[in-house]
Write a protein that binds this ligand. Structure first.
Ligand code: SF4
Length: 251
């Protein structure tokens, strides 16, 4: 299930309900994700695929929590499970910690060199995985943040998830230079493992197999952003593109 309510929009949900997190009764807006409700009240739940500006998809499964009453409890992704009145939630039960260790071992097997995965695993005392590593150089944890940022925030869908597991990967259409890409770099900035190659040299940004000339500010001459990105903003806002050819310091 994709829970479409982001952290920003939950404010529109006004009805608050009472639920219990780790034995503490508290109020939270009905429909808000358990992750946001728990974090709002100071509970620490790790996640690698959550971003406050994007709808949650529960891809990394690190944020799992246990819901229900003993013995009928189950693990759910807290980022996609909505707050309900009377819900009993545990964020650090033995069942949760076991599940989270398993997820971290799987992530570590997939991306043994990903620093963020190593750090999270080490916090739980895990330094190696019992599962097989297919590619020791792999750094993509398939969290989907880059794809969602490109689609939901930038609005161009230049990249997507291609193929099925085990060959699943983030890719441009037909694995060719991304035609729809505007060179904004949102995917590279949001990527938790820094795996998306991105360079800037001599006024040119290179990403996803394409070179994007950077637009100099019409006043100070400093580079602002790729011209294609500024043209994209102008198209969305309806402002004259020249408006974006002056950097914010010179406006
Ligand atoms: S490239 Fe980065 S942001 Fe995209 S799915 Fe892989 S790890 Fe996540």
């Amino acid at each position: 299930m994709v829970w479409k309510i982001t952290d920003e929009t939950f404010e529109t949900i006004t009805e608050e309900v009472i639920l219990s997190i780790d034995g503490i009764s508290l109020r939270a807006p009905q429909g808000q994700s358990l992750l946001m409700a728990a974090r709002h009240h100071g509970f620490d739940i790790p996640t690698l695929c959550h971003h406050s500006d994007l709808p949650s998809e529960g891809n990394c499964r690190l944020c799992l929590v246990e819901i229900g009453e003993h013995p009928r409890t189950r693990l759910v992704n807290s980022c996609t499970y909505p707050v309900e009145a009377g819900l009993l939630v545990q964020t650090a039960s033995e069942k949760v910690l076991q599940g989270r260790r398993m997820v971290l071992e799987l992530l570590l097997a997939r991306c043994p060199k990903a620093k963020i995965v190593q750090d999270l695993a080490a916090q739980m005392g895990i330094y190696e995985s019992r599962f097989k590593t297919d590619d020791p150089e792999e750094l993509c944890i398939l969290c989907g943040l880059c794809v969602r940022a490109c689609r939901e925030v930038v609005g161009v869908s230049a990249i997507s998830m291609a193929h099925r597991t085990p060959g699943k990967l983030v890719a441009t259409p037909f694995l060719e230079a991304a035609e729809a890409c505007i060179g904004c770099g949102s995917c590279a900035f949001i990527c938790p493992t820094g795996v998306i190659p991105y360079t800037e040299k001599d006024g040119v940004r290179t990403i996803w197999g394409r070179d994007f000339p950077l637009q100099p500010c019409n006043v100070c001459g400093n580079f602002i952003a790729p011209t294609a990105q500024l043209e994209h903003w102008a198209k969305i806002t309806g402002d004259p593109v020249e408006h974006y050819f002056v950097c914010k310091d010179c406006r």
